[in-house]
Design a protein. Structure first.
Length: 456
């Protein structure tokens, strides 16, 4: 990837349809107005819409983020629209701006070369914006601060340590609280890594997270795949993702049937509707507001008041409209499987950016107007950030049976381990086929390195 191929159109297409841009691909609907509809360039079938980032306030001297990428039915790039201008692959390539100090008759002066905007600048802006948006919105805000945070906090507050669902969540939320606290200190503070790796002003930081909060929506994995509408080619994330989700969904269904239906953890009567789920930490603390009344149980899974409160609290911590209603064994299995998907493979997909961002000219998060590479300060901060967040963590395929009290739950985990290993063989076979077809291996679902939680 360090060859000239890295900057080619083919590499950009692989980045979108074989790499980190897959989850942001949408099918163009020309019956509606806007960049993803009637304003799309002729011949475009799919789009990756990142133009909103142009409105994010940057420090003086830096080029704005933002670019919309358009692709045909075969995944070939058709155009990149940036600043209201459509750049085409067969259009002017453009030339880069470079600046240096030089000696002259009047002493040392700072000289900058002439430059012209073109296709190279559009591709740089698209690549850089894609990695910045995926990291800030999809990874940090979405996976860490929304989904991982909600799952970890709710599981600890609403489920006792002896509840089987809490014991399952203990694995899926391992170290999530710690890493999210660290992200607040090391990434989000005024002079922390995100500000140093980008050119965003404090207002720009506020706006990018406001945009993320306005667009996040909780959906099951099959619903996300359907919403993308990609039907003329196969995205590896969808192909492997369906396989992985089916394994998780089957496990979740068996786990819930065992722990909530056949041998239910809760066998008593439901608590009063207005009884609090927690007590004040001290006499001086403000007592919590009474939780809302639990809705009538739709089936056996909803009769456990601990699970019902967990489901209700988890839904309240997610972007509207929250989790599917009503709570049933089927909806609960969907929720457990989707969260398990997100904190493992979903997190790995949006977090696997180190190899691409190590090149300051491939996908910088900040660059000066006219230049074709990122600046030294931002590039160094980005490299430091990647090194700090790349430690190896426990894997999903490891044995966590020690977390469960129930022998049946232990057996179910061992069965899941076997299913994951079998799935890993299918993923390897599909990656061999992709390589034979001239495509890249998609390594997110390789189970020997798939982590069990959002822990780093």
């Amino acid at each position: 990837m360090w060859s000239a191929y890295r900057y080619s159109d083919a590499a950009l297409e692989a980045l979108v349809f074989d790499g980190i841009g897959q989850h942001r691909v949408t099918r163009i609907d020309r019956s509606v107005a806007g960049a993803g509809g009637s304003d799309a360039p002729p011949g475009a079938v799919y789009a990756v819409l990142l133009g909103f980032a142009a409105t994010l306030e940057q420090e003086d001297g830096f080029a704005p983020l933002g670019a919309d990428g358009y692709f045909d039915a075969d995944g070939r790039v058709v155009a990149i629209v940036r600043g209201g201008v459509a750049y085409m692959p067969d259009g002017p390539a453009g030339t880069g701006r470079s600046c240096a100090w030089g000696a002259g008759l009047l002493g040392w002066r700072f000289h900058c070369s002439a430059w012209s905007e073109g296709w190279l600048h559009a591709k740089l802006a698209f690549r850089g914006t894609l990695f910045a948006v995926v990291t800030l919105v999809d990874h940090l805000l979405g996976m860490h601060l929304t989904y991982g945070n909600a799952l970890s906090i709710t599981s600890k507050e609403e489920l006792s340590p002896s509840h089987p669902l809490r014991q399952l969540m203990q694995a899926l939320t391992y170290r999530t609280d710690a890493v999210n606290y660290a992200s607040m200190v090391m990434l989000l503070a005024e002079k922390a890594y995100i500000r140093r790796a980008t050119a965003l002003t404090p207002q720009g930081m506020t706006d990018v997270f406001a945009y993320g909060n306005s667009t996040l929506i909780w959906e099951t994995v099959p619903d996300r795949i359907s919403a993308r509408g990609v039907d003329t080619l196969v995205l590896p994330m969808d192909e492997d993702g369906r396989d992985f989700y089916d394994v998780l969904r089957g496990y979740a269904d068996r786990f819930l049937q065992e722990t909530l239906v056949r041998n239910p953890f809760y066998t008593g009567s439901a608590p009063e509707a207005d009884s609090p789920t927690s007590i004040p930490e001290s006499p001086a603390a403000t007592p919590p507001s009474p939780p809302p009344s639990l809705p009538p149980a739709a089936d056996t899974c909803g009769r456990d008041p601990h699970v019902a409160r967990w489901y209700l609290a988890l839904s309240s911590r997610l972007p509207p409209p929250g989790l599917p209603q009503p709570l049933t064994c089927a909806s609960l299995a969907d929720v457990v499987a989707t969260f398990a998907f997100d904190v493992t493979a979903g997190h790995r997909h949006v977090g696997s950016v180190a190899a691409e961002t190590e090149d300051p000219c491939f996908a910088p998060w900040a660059w000066r107007t006219g230049e074709l590479c990122g600046t030294p300060r931002q590039s160094h901060a980005l490299a430091s950030l990647m090194s700090l967040t790349s430690q190896e963590q426990p894997r999903l395929v490891d044995d966590y049976s020690f977390l469960f009290d129930s022998p049946a739950a232990k057996t179910l985990w061992w069965e899941l381990q076997a299913e994951l290993l079998a799935m890993g063989e299918r993923v390897d076979a599909r990656n061999d086929r992709r390589e034979a077809e001239g495509r890249r291996r998609y390594r997110v679902f390789e189970v020997d390195s798939l982590e069990v939680s959002i822990a780093i």
